[in-house]
Design a protein around this ligand. Sequence first.
Ligand SMILES: Cc1cc2nc3c(=O)[nH]c(=O)nc-3n(C[C@H](O)[C@H](O)[C@H](O)COP(=O)(O)O)c2cc1C
Length: 195
Amino acid sequence: MNAPATFKLLGLPGSIRKKSVSRAVLRTLRDALPAGVSMTIHELADVPLYNEDLEGDKPAAARALHDAVVACDGVVVMSPEYNHGMSGVLKNAIDWVSRPGYNSVLKDKPVMILTTSESPLGGARAQADLHKMFLSTLSRVAPGREVTIGGTGKAVVDGRLVDEALLKRILALLDSLLNEICLVQGRERRHAGGG
Ligand SMILES: Cc1cc2nc3c(=O)[nH]c(=O)nc-3n(C[C@H](O)[C@H](O)[C@H](O)COP(=O)(O)O)c2cc1C
């Protein structure tokens, strides 16, 4: 009998504040993952500002991030919208793992994008930013119905995403991410639908 497929995901919260909705959503998703799928949430608070002079000898936190991206099958980014764009925290982190250009550890890496904002748009503009950025890193953004979480305060209570319909949509997009991983890695997987 074949061993069940396993998928190792890396969750990157684009916010480092204690009560972050982005982190809460990633934690809720982590606890709702289907069998065989795991996710490590990698905090970005210690990642220093990007400095190209340090490419040859990266700071420890940037190296740890690099190694985590290498070790995972797919990345789940969850960014708040800041001033109509993605968060600087996440952009800075991605810059550290984006070199050499067009041939970094993000090349062909399957990525799932989630965003949140105070407004009902749910970070749609941050989402557009992320798509543009991952186009430049030649990453494989999971196709499917976009998940934008607006009016953030309402969907998260006591650090958990409580909107079941929203979680279902996130899991549908996750299914697309798993399929993308299988496509990239030449693994077989029956499409469970969604997206
Ligand atoms: C610096 C800053 C800029 C923001 N800009 C926007 C914005 O342009 N549009 C919006 O709807 N919400 C904006 N917000 C609200 C955040 O998107 C919202 O609070 C989100 O929940 C923060 O994510 P977090 O809970 O993961 O920290 C901004 C918040 C901050 C701190």
